[in-house]
Design a protein around this ligand. Sequence first.
Ligand code: ATP
Length: 206
Amino acid sequence: MHIALKKPKQLVVGLTGGIGSGKTAVSGRLHDWGATVIDTDEIAHSLTKANGLAMPDIRKAFGEEAVLPDGSMNRDHMRALVFKEPDKRIALEKILHPKIRQLVQLKLNAGAPLYFVLVVPLLFEKEGWGELMDEIIVVDCPVEQQIQRVIQRNGWPEAQVRAVIQNQATREKRLAGATKVIENNGDLAELVKKIDFMHQTLIKKA
Ligand code: ATP
């Protein structure tokens, strides 16, 4: 059970999409326009960096092999582990989620000059986020395009990208939950135009 988060008075725009769909590209541009971006993936990353706030609990729960020599989480090891053993995923989430939610609340409490963009990659897979959001933007593109982008960006084998996509909500499920969609199936110049238009729509609501 999650502790409910308190909605701020400013507009909260949720941002989600499958792996490699372009969420970071969208949130980065909205940030450039002055939106206050809260990225739950970035928070998770900072909790698990060298000497991150979650590292003592991670070391205790998963042992030394979960920690790299520099003190950060061994991401490759943990990614493989939680894929193989679902109870390990639950254990890791039990450590990270309350801390992520606490930090999101702090950032929401600090307010925003325009509007919040709350990036939750697994919005439709996890409970407890949608209630906070006035709008939900889904960044969408065909699966084959996601795969190409992630191969290019991460250098992962195709099967690894497909396995991640398999474990995420389907495109149809995400689109069904969206209040706004950014189709990111063209080049970056096209994406930028769509984001700028979206920003104009959002500031009218904010
Ligand atoms: P993840 O879920 O893995 O964090 P994401 O949804 O944040 O991914 P991005 O990192 O924004 O996705 O985009 C994935 C990769 O594809 C990046 O390298 C990005 O530069 C590239 N990319 C995104 N959109 C486009 C586009 N329209 N044209 C070309 N490259 C793109």
